[in-house]
Ligand binder design. Sequence first.
Ligand code: NAD
Length: 304
Amino acid sequence: MTTEFDRTPGGAIIMNGNALRDETVIRLRSEIQAMGLGMPTVCLATVLVGDDKPSQIYVRMKHKKAAEAGMTSKHVGLPPTATQAEVEDAVRALAADPTVHGILVQIPLPAHLNTEAVLDLVPADKDVDGLTEASMGRLMRGRPGHVPCTPKGVLRLLERYSIATAGMRAVVIGRSSLVGLPLAVLLARKGIDATVTLAHSRTNDLAAVCREADIVVGAAGIAGLITAEFVKPGATVIDVGVSRTESGIVGDVDFDSVQSVAGAITPMPGGTGPMTIACLLENTLEAARMLGALPLATALPEGR
Ligand code: NAD
C-alpha cells in the first residue's frame, strides 16, 4: 500500500468517496467539454414520488452534481397520492423523449405503487440506475449495460485505492437486488476475480464468516453491525449501510473499533454515498453514448 493516502488513528487507509466523486465529476466534465459544441447536452431525468425528505435531498444532490459535470437534468416530482397510471405516464414520457438520456426513478416508491411495473417502463439503455430486469439480465450475462450505481461505486473505490481483488476473499453482507446481489456478481467477475460469499440475515456466525475475508462490504442497513471482531487484520472494510439514528447517520460498520484493525476503510458519511452519485453520472454519459447521441470514440474505460 502507498503512503499518500490519509489514514485513521489506527493506521487504516481512509477510502475517501467525496474526493473520488469530485475527481470523477471533473473527469466527466472534461470529457463532455472535449466533445465540443454541437453535441446534444447529456441529460439526466429523475422521478420522485412523495415528499420523503432524504429522497428529496438525494435527488437535489444528483442534479447539483450533474450540473457540475456539465450535464442538464430534468425533474418530475409527483405527490405521495400519485396513482400508478400517473407515475407510469411520467416514466413513459421520459422514455420517449430523445433529449433525455438517463432516467432515475427514486426508490422506494410509496407502498401503494407497483415498483416493478414502473421500472419495466425504463428502457435498458436509459436505465442509469441499472435496476431494471433488462439491466440485471445484461449484468448476469456479462453483456454491455448499466451497472447499478452503488456496487459500481464500491468497485471504483477498490480500484482507486489499489485494493487487490484477484484471488481475494470477499464477503458482501446483504443480498438485495439493489446492492448486495449485483455487487457479489461484479466482485466475482472475470477481471476482478474475487472469491465471494454473499451473507445475509440467515447467515450463521457472521463474524467468523467475515473474519475469513480480505474485503468485507456491509450492505445490511444494521447500524454498527460490523465490529472489530468481524475483521481480519489488514482487511478492507466498505460501508454501504445507512441508518438514521438520533445521533445522525450511522453505517453498518462500527468505524471506531474497526479502523484499528482494518487496512483500509470507508468513512460514513463520505464513502460509498458520494460514489453512488459519481457512478450515476458516469452511467448517464454512457447512456448518451449507447443511445447514439454522442460519439463512442472516447467511451469511458470499462468498469473493473
Ligand atoms: P435491503 O433492506 O433491501 O437489504 C438488506 C439486506 O441485509 C438483506 O438482504 C438482509 O438479508 C440483510 N440483513 C439484514 N439484517 C442482517 C443482519 N443482521 N445480518 C446480516 N445480514 C442482514 O436494503 P438495501 O436496499 O440493499 O440497502 C442496504 C443498506 O444500504 C441500507 O441501509 C440502505 O440505506 C443503504 N444504501 C446505501 C447506499 C449508498 O449509496 N451508500 C445506496 C443504497 C442503499
